[in-house]
Write a protein that binds this ligand. Sequence first.
Ligand SMILES: [Mg+2]
Length: 281
Amino acid sequence: MTDETATFAASATRATPIESLPDALADGAALRAALAGRTPVLFLDYDGTLTPICDRPKDAILSPEGREAVRALAAKLPVAVVSGRDRADVEAMVGLPDLIYAGSHGFDIRIPGQGEIALDGLGDHVTLLDQVAVMLHEGLDPIKGTLIERKKFSIAAHYRMVADDDYPAFRACLDRVKALDGVKEKTGKKIFEFQPDIDWDKGKAVLRLRTVLDLDGEDKVPMFFGDDVTDEDAFKVLPSVGGIGIVVAGPEEDGTGRLTHAHFRVTNPEAVYRLLEVMVD
Ligand SMILES: [Mg+2]
């Protein structure tokens, strides 16, 4: 590390008010100083970062302009999309098959040419979901109208077609599953879903991806773009690896008391596209 980047990293470990951050687009000199000649590795959130936030997730469409900005940069630098959406969903929304994708907040990673990568501890999670599946089938198969749906990182039990009289037996089976060590239950519309109770977030996903992609040298600088609370997990780990966090936050966030671990800000997805275009040149 140069003295300049060491100072930068040390100064960026505390949460700061969002309005005190330099604008990465307007203050290009500050961003170049932080990069210090290193090669960026891009990590991009999707909703609220590459698209405006929408009431309905399916309406958060990436504009052709935004897609072109991401595509052009990905032709020159490694680009990963890290989203809370299911991986297949965010892959379809972005529509650029050659990118790296981390869905489910990084649970589910796919790298072009390498395929899907297993996360530490997820061998156990497959066994755990197998165990949950056996218990659910034993308890629910005799109950008319139940539907068990095995997913990659969870298993769902649907009860929309279950008679009211059968519901207590249905629920009793789920209570036995819920009591298993390492299982977390989530509730939805006429559905309960079980997933591994794993300590995992976008920060851990970024660190994992750097290692797996062999992009953890001192000549590389991870840059994470995000707008939301889950992105702060990534911003927090970046100083430890010489990285740069860029929060997407409009002027309406100023003076709200919102604190961030990011180092720069941009005001909206259009500003993200502009910044990506500048970085291509
Ligand atoms: Mg977001």
